[in-house]
Write a protein that binds this ligand. Sequence first.
Ligand code: ZN
Length: 154
Amino acid sequence: MDTDALYQEVILDHYKHPRCKGCLSTPSDSFVLYNPLCGDQVELSLTAQDDRVSEIAFNGHGCSISQASASIMSNLCRNHSFAEVREIVESFRAMMRGEVEPAALQDKLGDAVALEGVRKFSARVRCAMLAWEALEKCLGSAARRSVKDRSAKS
Ligand code: ZN
């Protein structure tokens, strides 16, 4: 099987059997993003605990790339510290911009390297980025709150 076919398989698998899809009972942050060009919607929720993302879930609809990307991202980023998650998001963005070869990011990005092929279709890059951008929004407000908590305590 060539790489393209393998990547297609990974994307299709996440699309058909999404990981982390649904609702969290008590999310600390959530954010919805739309991609009007394609009709995609991703609503991301996370539970932040002590500067860690302890749980992530998403809801949404749209093309296979947007939904598979949300599934891959959620599965990859849960149970990591804010700093680690930021690093993962930055690596993904760099890969989608063609700045880093996917092979070099395999360990860090896992299934997400499968989305690199989307670069060939520039209009779809936004589909792939949607969930990751929603994650950054959630992370931003979680991090701001945690700084505030710390200064309130000291
Ligand atoms: Zn799309």
